[in-house]
Unconditional design. Structure first.
Length: 253
């Protein structure tokens, strides 16, 4: 665990109308592992008294001074990023690919992995060096008793998933920024990898902390998404409300 339960600030969660004590185990474990939760609906009261409700994913991250910071990633229709992405990069991200991109920050240029969270359209980022992918591959070889070829290693470094034969079974491995390690290995072929990348979560009951994972109840999920799509005439009003919401809880990947 990257965090301990004492770092789950009751104050932060109470502000968005979530009771930490009744939080489902699956959601709590993801938070403590530094991973994004499935979609949950939060309520937040702004300074002007307006109550904002929206579907978000929650995640704990470390600030520069080492404190646990609760971040929320609201559902958006378009990719949420201040990076200048080419049409090709946007298409790759929309299709679920992990890409590498050199990003200028101040006087430094860093090579970064980029991946799109398909539900919220938030852009996940990780420094290639900090991801330590070679270390993850070495650990994988030790645990799974396999040997990765140089071409396979290079493909993984570039963010591409690789399918492997392990005895009579198949294993697919690759970069996945939704994991706290930034790396994932699954039992299954490339088709299973893509299926897991496309998994979405439906909210069982708006206003509650419940959720389900299903393909049969896609209608309910779409209703939740439609609820938060602002009509053309209300775009400016929605923008103002979102800006005010950002003052009370950290938003963005």
């Amino acid at each position: 665990m990257l965090f301990n339960e004492r770092e789950l600030s009751k104050k932060d969660f109470e502000r968005i109308d979530i009771d930490v004590r009744s939080m489902p185990k699956e959601i709590k474990e993801k938070l403590l592992n530094g991973e994004a939760t499935p979609l949950v609906e939060i309520r937040d009261e702004l300074d002007n008294g307006v109550i904002v409700t929206m579907p978000v994913k929650l995640r704990l991250q470390r600030s520069e001074d080492g404190k646990a910071v609760l971040k929320a990633y609201p559902v958006s229709k378009d990719i949420v990023s201040d990076l200048k992405l080419t049409d090709k990069e946007q298409k790759q991200l929309q299709e679920g690919e992990v890409i590498t991109k050199d990003i200028r920050e101040g006087n430094k240029t860093r090579s970064m992995y980029l991946q799109l969270d398909q539900e919220t359209k938030s852009l996940l980022k990780c420094d290639v060096k900090q991801a330590e992918i070679d270390k993850r591959m070495d650990e994988l070889e030790h645990v799974k008793d396999i040997t990765l070829g140089q071409n396979q290693r290079q493909a993984i470094r570039e963010g591409k998933p690789v399918e492997l034969e392990v005895g009579d079974t198949k294993v697919t491995v690759g970069v996945d920024l939704r994991q706290n390690s930034g790396f994932k290995a699954i039992d299954g072929d490339m088709g299973e990898w893509k299926r897991q990348q496309e998994i979405k979560w439906d909210m069982a009951n708006p206003g509650a902390m419940g959720y389900w994972q299903t393909d049969e109840n896609r209608w309910e999920y779409k209703q939740v998404q439609e609820k938060y799509k602002a009509p053309e005439s209300k775009k400016e009003e929605k923008k103002t409300v979102k800006e005010e919401a950002k003052q009370t809880i950290h938003f963005g990947m």
